[in-house]
Ligand binder design. Structure first.
Ligand code: HEC
Length: 102
C-alpha cells in the first residue's frame, strides 16, 4: 500500500516537470542536434532554409510563455517532423529558445 502511494507520488513529480527545472544549456545541445536543419538556433549559425523562423525571432515573441512553448514542442507542427521529445527535453528547448530572444 505505502509503496504504491510512493510510486504514484514519484510519477506525479516526474509528470509535472516544472518550467524552473528546465535547463537552457541542455536545450541548446538539443536544438543544435534536432532543430538546426531548419531553424537558425544560435547567433553563430548561418541561415539555413529561410522557411523556419530563427529561434531569436521566436524568443522575442511578446508574452511567450515557457510552458505553452514546451507544450507546443510536444506536438508536431506543420512541415516539422514529429521528434517525440520528452517533456523535459521540450522544457529545456523552450528555455533555450526564450534565452535566445533576450
Ligand atoms: C524540417 C524542418 C524543421 C525542423 C527540423 C524543426 N522545425 Fe520548427 N518550424 C519549421 C517551420 C517551417 C516552421 C514555421 C511554421 C510552419 O510553417 O509550420 C517552424 C516553426 C517553429 C516554431 C513556431 C514559431 C512560431 O512563431 O509559431 C517553433 C517554436 C519551432 N518551430 C521550434 C522548433 C524546435 C524546438 C525544433 C527542434 C526540436 C524545430 N522547430 C525543428 C520547421 C522545422
Amino acid at each position: 500500500m505505502r509503496r504504491s502511494l510512493a510510486a504514484s507520488l514519484l510519477f506525479l513529480v516526474v509528470l509535472a516537470t516544472p518550467p524552473w527545472a528546465a535547463d537552457a544549456d541542455r536545450g541548446e545541445i538539443l536544438a543544435r542536434r534536432w532543430c538546426a536543419a531548419c531553424h537558425v538556433v544560435a547567433t553563430d549559425q548561418q541561415s539555413v532554409t529561410g522557411q523556419a523562423p530563427p529561434f531569436s525571432t521566436i524568443g522575442r515573441t511578446p508574452d511567450l510563455d515557457p510552458s505553452r512553448l514546451a507544450l507546443f514542442l510536444l506536438l508536431p507542427h506543420p512541415k516539422m517532423p514529429d521528434m517525440a521529445l520528452s517533456r523535459s527535453e521540450a522544457a529545456d528547448l523552450a528555455a533555450y529558445i526564450l534565452s535566445q530572444g533576450r
